[in-house]
Design a protein around this ligand. Structure first.
Ligand SMILES: NC(=O)c1ccc[n+]([C@@H]2O[C@H](COP(=O)([O-])OP(=O)(O)OC[C@H]3O[C@@H](n4cnc5c(N)ncnc54)[C@H](OP(=O)(O)O)[C@@H]3O)[C@@H](O)[C@H]2O)c1
Length: 345
């Protein structure tokens, strides 16, 4: 251990473990390895954080392992995992505003899948407690809020339909859209998920595996949806395009179901659906809206603290870095209800 510190927990281990992307490979398991390293004390301006929980971003992690995250140029070996919450266990010289034991959240590629993290103090977000719920708000909640406001431009009284509405992102979109005074329709893939989405305040919820949504939407929503928020892609994206309202916005925020081999398009080109309605398709990618992150985080933490926002964390427990691949698999199989997290302590 080395470095100038102004405070530290007395009982820090000499070594810690992290999950490293060692090479690109077809599976996450083949691509990654748990590596033990000496634990360094924080340098000037840095904090050492004991990570308690990490968030799992199944599609991103899986694609990263195969070097298929289009906007990233990474070179293994490198650290992986993004969001985590933990507590400050050592404070570097010159850092003010933090004390030992403070709970913090960080979101940055390389921060998540590790037991300890050395981070610049100005990238640590102070939080009330290092819980999986707060981990879900930062950054998944940030994505939901920023996308609804900056990309969907959702207004009170508008109709919104949301796919994967019981997922980590979806369940927050549902509530935030309700709080904005929208009429909210959620889609989910099991009866249990539909019940959870209804309990969060959605006006209507449909099991898209069972219902004839095209017929239902034609009858119940003849004017279409002002916002159709999609993370699934394929037939759901096509359905949303069909049912977008005049001047409506279809939000492309992921395409989980279609990500490996996008289906060949055998339908009319999408401009035939957009032009006559002056509708649009808008993409959302959270890192490209970083100027809104701090404000969104502050507001989400406030909404959670005052009880206006509930957080669903998936009930399946994943413990330790060894469990990260199973957690990714669980998410990719669509078995989750709420945010998938891994416990690191
Ligand atoms: N653009 C951004 O910045 C941004 C930010 C956050 C997340 N995302 C994207 O949003 C999506 C949701 O992310 P998340 O981490 O919150 O996941 P999630 O929604 O918690 O989980 C994925 C859910 O999608 C549904 N799904 C539908 N078709 C699926 C398929 N073929 N395979 C697997 N799941 C399927 C499943 O629910 P049902 O049973 O209800 O179908 C599943 O539970 C991902 O595509 C992610 O990349 C994008």
């Amino acid at each position: 251990m080395h470095g100038a510190v102004i405070a530290r927990e007395p009982a820090l281990p000499a070594r810690y473990r992290r999950l490293v992307l060692q090479r690109f490979a077809e599976t996450f398991v083949e691509a990654t390895q748990i590596v033990a390293s000496p634990l360094s004390l924080p340098g000037p301006g840095e904090l050492l954080v004991r990570n308690h929980w990490a968030g799992v971003n199944g599609v991103f992690d899986d694609r990263l392992a195969r070097n298929r995250v289009e906007y990233l140029d990474i070179h293994p070996p490198c650290d992986i995992g993004i969001e985590c919450v933990g507590e400050v266990v050592a404070i570097g010289e010159g850092v003010t505003g933090f004390q030992l034991g403070d709970a913090v959240a960080t979101t940055r590629l390389g921060n998540g899948y590790r037991e300890y993290l050395c981070t610049p103090a100005d990238r640590a977000i102070p939080i009330a407690a290092a819980t999986p719920e707060i981990l879900t708000l930062i950054p998944t909640g940030i994505s939901a809020l920023v996308a609804l406001e900056q990309v969907a431009e959702l207004r009170p009284g508008e109709r919104i339909v949301i796919s994967a509405a019981a997922g980590g992102l979806g369940h927050l979109l549902v509530q935030l859209a309700r709080l904005k005074g929208a009429h909210v329709v959620g889609l989910a893939g099991t009866a249990e998920k539909c019940a959870a989405v209804a309990s969060l305040g959605a006006h209507q919820v449909f099991n898209y595996r069972e219902a004839d949504l095209d017929a239902i939407f034609r009858q119940a929503y003849p004017q279409g949806f002002d916002v159709a928020y999609d993370t699934v892609g394929g037939p759901i994206f096509d359905l949303f395009l069909e049912h977008v309202a005049v001047r409506g916005r279809v939000i492309c925020s992921g395409y989980t179901a279609d990500i490996e081999r996008p289906e060949p398009v055998t339908r009319p080109r999408i401009y035939t659906k957009l032009y006559w309605k002056a509708a649009s398709v808008r993409g959302f990618m959270n890192p490209l809206f970083s100027e809104h992150h701090a404000d969104a985080a502050r507001r989400l933490l406030q909404m959670y603290a005052d009880g206006s926002l509930r957080v669903l964390v998936d009930a399946r427990e994943f413990r330790g870095l060894e469990a990260v691949p199973q957690a990714i698999e669980h998410l990719l199989a669509g078995r989750n209800l709420g945010k998938v997290v891994v416990r690191l302590t």
